[in-house]
Design a binder for this molecule. Structure first.
Ligand code: FES
Ligand SMILES: [Fe+2]
Length: 441
């Protein structure tokens, strides 16, 4: 990595090469709940900064969602203070009224017969709400359909969405997500967690490896080194991490990079997490997680209650961070956890993402063979930003045709590693009331 490549990979604003790649895909702009009474009371109008662009997200009186420029096209005041009335968002300065499509409906300071309003618009991006997240299309032209991936096609009852802010460039967050080696260290905790396998936040690695009776956390503690490979797919690439457990079986863990800025990882035998890492600007980002259940409906109230205390609304900024050393406790690091930062894996990841600084200078790093996911992603992203085309903008041509992906733990006593995870994935999908049986390769 040289300085120029680091710049290209980390810039997200309008007109930048990296920003153009990110704008070739639907991006999460807000949680649906951010326009709901629990977060904003009865005035669903919120400022949103997305890919370096300052915007306002609002729901009009008909329930339609608009994502418009934060700055009034008349004299530039802040539309986050707009009046929500008369079928749109009205600027308090001179009363210009805009609808969710950016049309100017009225310029009431002009004479009643004036048609001036027909010649002015406010900047506006298409949005669509799906499964707890409001998605935005910043790519210009007619937006493509949403992807056909599990988190989009699952019924709303089977998906729980949440988000949090991290104080770093988006790529640092993504590069933690596509690094299967770190789970054996960063998220390790002692003593052995016993048989508990309940889906408690931060304890996802307590799930058993297939039917081996060995919790994932135990396996990773005892077999830290993995053989990791990255295989290209229609949506990005698939990561496969193999760990041989004392000659008894091989643990096969499959996770994914959904190009360019999302991942899909296994949480438990019945649940996966799909997570987007979307820039606020070049030095901060949000993670948006969608917990997808293949069996029972999710208990959204419980899942939300477990997380809401860890962030401050309305920005979903974490209570831990550099300001309090991510909760670091030296004694705990000796006795209980590898990091000394509690058992919440999200905090561990936050430290890994944020502690290199807002924009990590990658000219200083030394990637190892286990960093194959990171190398693969950078190569693909650089190719896309240098020469955007249907080939380099992976998965952008027909997103609705994408399905899956498989994100699962499996075990085998042989060397049929790919058959093993495909079998496990097939069983899970067959038992699911909603999941498509086949996955995209
Ligand atoms: S500045 Fe918004 S209407 Fe004049
Ligand atoms: Fe992690």
């Amino acid at each position: 990595m040289d300085t120029e490549e680091n710049r290209l990979l980390t810039e997200c604003g309008p007109g930048t090469a990296g920003g153009r790649v990110l704008r070739s895909y639907w991006q999460p702009a807000a949680l649906t709940e951010e326009l709901g009474p629990e977060v904003v009371g009865d005035r669903p109008v919120v400022p949103v900064t997305l890919l370096g662009e300052e915007l306002v997200l609002f729901r009009d009186q008909l329930g339609q969602i608009g994502l418009v420029s934060r700055w009034c096209p008349h004299r530039g005041v802040d539309m986050a203070f707009g009046r929500r009335e008369d079928g749109g968002l009205r600027c308090p300065f001179h009363g210009w009224l805009f609808d969710v499509e950016g049309n100017c409906l009225e310029t009431p300071a002009e004479p009643a017969e004036s048609t001036f309003h027909t010649r002015v618009r406010i900047g506006c991006y298409p949005v669509v709400e799906r499964n707890g997240i409001i998605w935005a299309w910043l790519g210009g032209g007619e937006p493509p359909p949403l992807p056909g991936l599990d988190c989009f096609v699952a019924p709303a009852t089977h998906v729980f969405a949440f988000k949090g802010m991290w104080a770093s460039n988006w790529l640092q967050a993504h590069e933690v997500g596509i690094d299967p080696a770190h789970a054996a260290f960063l998220h390790r905790f002692f003593p052995p967690p016993g048989e508990a396998s309940e889906l408690t936040y931060g304890l996802q690695f307590r799930a058993m490896v297939a039917d081996t009776g060995i919790p994932v956390v135990k396996l990773m503690r005892e077999v830290p080194a993995a053989a990791i490979t990255a295989e290209p797919t229609a949506f990005g690439f698939r990561l496969r991490a193999l760990r041989n457990y004392h000659g008894q079986f091989t643990h096969v863990r499959v996770s994914n990079c959904i190009f360019p800025n999302a991942i899909a990882i296994a949480m438990s035998p019945t649940m996966t997490i799909m997570q987007w890492h979307v820039p606020i600007d070049d030095v901060s980002c949000y993670w948006y997680s969608m917990f997808v259940s293949y069996t029972d409906p999710v208990d959204a109230a419980t899942l939300r209650a477990q997380r809401i205390g860890q962030v401050e609304l309305p920005r979903y900024s974490p209570r831990t961070g550099a300001h309090n050393q991510w909760g670091f406790n030296a004694e705990e690091q000796v006795t209980a956890t590898y990091t000394g930062m509690g058992t919440d894996i999200n905090v561990h990841d936050q430290w890994a993402v944020e502690s290199p600084g807002p924009i990590y200078d990658r000219t200083h790093e030394h990637l190892s063979p286990a960093d194959v996911g990171i190398r693969t992603h950078r190569r693909l992203f650089l190719a896309a930003l240098r020469d955007p085309s249907p080939t380099t903008l992976i998965g952008s041509t027909d997103p609705a045709a994408l399905t899956g992906p498989a994100a699962i733990d499996a075990a085998t006593t042989g060397d049929d590693f790919d058959d093993a995870w495909r079998r496990a994935e097939g069983v899970r999908r067959q038992a699911s009331s909603w999941a498509p049986p086949a996955i995209t390769d």
